[in-house]
Design a protein around this ligand. Structure first.
Ligand code: ADP
Ligand code: MG
Length: 723
């Protein structure tokens, strides 16, 4: 590429001076109105009431809210905040905020800083421009935001502006859910209820609440900002729609866990500093498989907090990148033929005494409990694999799932050999021989103690048990983790309830025997979802088909799982989403698919017509001139066959690009005449996407022929290797 020479990028490899080292423990969470601050700033009885409201789901009266708001305002002003904002997560998948100044006129020419309990508890943003899937007619466009007390308010700094952000739920005026947080919170509550019931049935005491926990491993790419701004496709759609693979990709495996470059290290440090101030427990950082690809993993947290924090992580990755003159790419597949980015979501359950319910445990009671929760989860995944697949369906993620770097679109569960053997033996009624690591005899038949170390790893599985948690690996890097989490929570809640019913109706001599008998039968039923082998192979695809597992390869077909009677009833029963809300969500996702695809089509069209073809024509002119000139100079004896061949190739490719592009436009226009959104999405997916791939092949072939000086776009090797 002509305009930005590699030298410019490498010159950016400046060293950022650190003012002074401050241990993280001294500033961790300093920008959050957290428990410690509340304890310090609130009168004792206010603090108590607030805690009761948070922990016991009690309503906070307005007088108490006033006191909390006052303390929050004073604290925020000390931090330099001029504004407050209700921070929420509409169906765009990202966060939204509307800022209001604390300053309020108090007389002519005078203001005072004010913030009332009412302003803290409830906001009323105009909701008309957020996706609602038809739930909210524009004439009743009002929506309101409601304070989520369980996630701490925080300070957001942006340049010189400072804002107090209050995490909120977002609901329509008629009470319907318009966001990702509300159903997640509801699913957390439902799962807790079902899990507590199950624990009680199994004989556990002192269990009041069960938390779902999430640890999302965030993958991302970093490229020099110079290159980023010269790629309209990256700026507008997040993905390069054209670009030939570099001569060297990831085949040397020299990036994964490699030493981190200085510029990237400084960036990561800066990101973590920001996250630590916000109380986000960023823990692990490393280079990922693809060139210029990285990962950040936090310590897991309660699901609602983890979902909020993951949004802050994504925001911070992008925001801090700009300061380092980098661009953070969160798209699932920014570069074709190079590994894409996912978000492994680690999920587990723990009770209010901090016991991980997916921990194999050391006593017979723990082991039975473990097996119940393990099998309930596997059973849930088996029963609702289609919904789980739908929860991660997006235009971007379609480029990744099944591309042999990410799990396939077939949802299966990996348990590892040892656990599988234990389950098989339970089913057959044979005793698993206890080895040294699993010494406990459960006193009944064949349940050996399961040790955590009995799990091995299988990177190709979409839903893998990894010791004391499940890892859902099909989530896309840019997606909110709220949707997959609320699906897992809801389906597991149902599964626990159904198992509990079965256990209760067993006429056995004791509860453990009843559990054992139920599990024995369940294992048999759910066995088709268990797969420990290589999920990338063609054989597995065929085998999965034989087992009757769904394999929806595209978003439009996967999304249909959201509106089956099974799904509508499930989410309504567990009070997570009403039928109307779920239908609207389905529609939002279908519409989003269409929009994402059409944005890329427009980008492709612009790039081809205004950048690629003009560059190719320039080169074509140059070649033609050279051929004529050479003929003139040397006469008919000159050997110009190579140039002529090259010229022909260029000309052919230009024609192919022009024709394919025209064809795409016509196909999009035809699809636009379809009124049914599902059919339209399917048509675009089936007709337009393959053509876009074809067009890309022509452009990429051209890129390798045209004079580098003339080529208008940064190339993969530049973007991925110069930093
Ligand atoms: P790997 O890449 O080997 O899978 P990482 O260390 O990158 O492992 O990420 C593991 C993630 O799983 C972290 O976010 C971690 O906090 C999370 N995790 C660990 N234990 C649990 C648990 N019990 N529940 C949920 N998440 C967990
Ligand atoms: Mg990891």
């Amino acid at each position: 590429m002509k305009k930005s020479s590699p030298v410019i990028a490498s010159e950016r490899n400046y060293v950022i001076e650190k003012e002074k080292f401050v241990p993280v423990s001294e500033y961790y969470g300093e920008d959050t109105f957290n428990n410690k601050v509340m304890k310090e700033k609130l009168p004792k009885d206010t603090y108590k009431k607030l805690m009761a409201a948070i922990n016991e789901d009690k309503i906070l009266d307005l007088a108490t809210a006033d006191i909390v708001a006052h303390a929050m305002k004073e604290w925020a002003l000390e931090k330099g905040a001029t504004h407050f904002a209700h921070w929420f997560q509409p169906m765009t998948g990202i966060t939204a905020e509307k800022h209001d100044a604390f300053a309020d006129p108090s007389g002519v020419g005078e203001v005072v800083e004010r913030f009332s309990g009412k302003q803290l508890v409830q906001g009323e943003p105009d909701a008309s421009s957020f996706p609602s899937g038809g739930i909210r007619a524009t004439f009743e466009a009002r929506g309101y935001t409601a304070w989520d007390m369980s996630s701490p308010a925080f300070i957001k700094r942006n340049g010189i502006s400072t804002t107090l952000c209050i995490p909120t739920a977002f609901i329509s005026y008629t009470g319907q859910v318009l966001d990702k947080k509300t159903p997640l919170l509801r699913s957390i509550r439902s799962l807790s209820r079902s899990a507590v019931n199950m624990l009680k049935l199994l004989g556990a005491k002192n269990v009041k609440k069960v938390n779902s926990n999430l640890g999302p491993e965030q993958e991302y790419f970093l490229i020099d900002m110079d290159y980023f701004y010269k790629r309209p496709d990256l700026v507008l759609g997040g993905r390069t729609v054209v670009g030939a693979p570099p001569a060297k990709g990831q085949e040397l495996e020299d990036q994964y866990f490699g030493s981190i470059k200085e510029r990237i290290s400084s960036y990561m440090h800066d990101v973590e500093e920001e996250l630590f101030k916000l109380g986000v427990p960023a823990k692990t950082r490393h280079n990922e498989v693809a060139p210029s690809q990285y990962e950040l993993a936090p310590v897991y947290e309660e699901a609602n907090l983890a979902a909020d924090h993951n949004q802050l992580v994504m925001d911070t990755l992008k925001y801090v990148a700009k300061k380092h003159r980098l661009a953070a790419l969160l798209h699932e597949k920014p570069f074709a033929k190079i590994n894409g980015s996912g978000k492994h979501v680690n999920w587990s359950l723990s009770d209010n005494n901090d016991n991980n319910l997916l921990n194999p445990g050391t006593t017979p009671q723990d082991s039975i409990q473990f097996l119940v929760f393990l099998i309930a989860t596997v059973r849930a995944v088996y029963k609702h694999a289609d919904i789980l697949r739908a929860a991660v369906a997006s235009y971007g993620n379609d480029h990744r799932l099944g591309a042999n770097e990410a799990p396939p679109a077939i949802i299966s569960v990996f348990l590892g050999e040892k656990l599988t053997e234990i389950l098989t033996n339970i089913e057959k009624g044979t005793v698993t021989k206890a080895t040294k690591e699993e010494i406990i005899d459960l006193g009944i038949s064949a349940l050996p103690q399961v040790s955590k170390d009995n799990t091995d790893r299988n990177r190709t599985s979409p839903f893998a048990f990894t010791g004391n948690k499940f890892e859902f690996r099909a989530v896309g890097s840019s997606q909110s983790i709220a949707s997959p989490a609320l699906v897992i929570n809801t389906i597991v809640a149902e599964s626990l309830d159904e198992l509990a019913e079965k256990i209760k109706t067993k006429d056995s001599k004791n509860i453990n025997q009843a559990v054992f008998e139920v599990l024995k039968n369940e294992i048999k039923l759910i066995s088709p979802i268990l797969f420990n082998g290589d999920n990338y192979t063609k054989e597995w695809e065929a085998e999965a088909k034989r087992r009757g597992l769904p394999n929806e390869k595209t978003t439009p077909s996967a999304l249909k799982a959201l509106i089956t009677t099974k799904a509508l009833n499930l989410f309504e029963k567990y009070e997570v989403l009403s039928k109307e809300e779920l239908k609207s969500r389905y529609l939002i996702h279908v519409e989003r698919y269409i929009k994402d695809l059409e944005i890329e089509v427009n980008c492709l069209n612009n790039i081809c017509m205004s950048q690629v073809i003009p560059a190719a024509v320039d080169y074509q002119k140059k070649l033609a001139k050279a051929i004529i000139g050479t003929k003139e100079a040397l006469g008919s004896g000159a050997v110009i066959s190579s140039q002529t061949e090259l010229l022909r190739k260029i000309l052919d490719l230009i024609n192919n690009i022009y024709t394919a592009n025209k064809d795409i436009q016509a196909k999009v226009e035809a699809a636009n005449a379809i009124h049914d959104e599902q059919k339209k999405a399917e048509t675009l997916c089936a007709k337009v996407k393959p053509k876009m791939d074809e067009l890309r092949e022509y452009v990429d072939a051209l890129e390798n022929l045209v004079d580098d000086e003339t080529w208008p776009l940064p190339k993969f090797w530049e973007m991925l290797f110069i930093c």
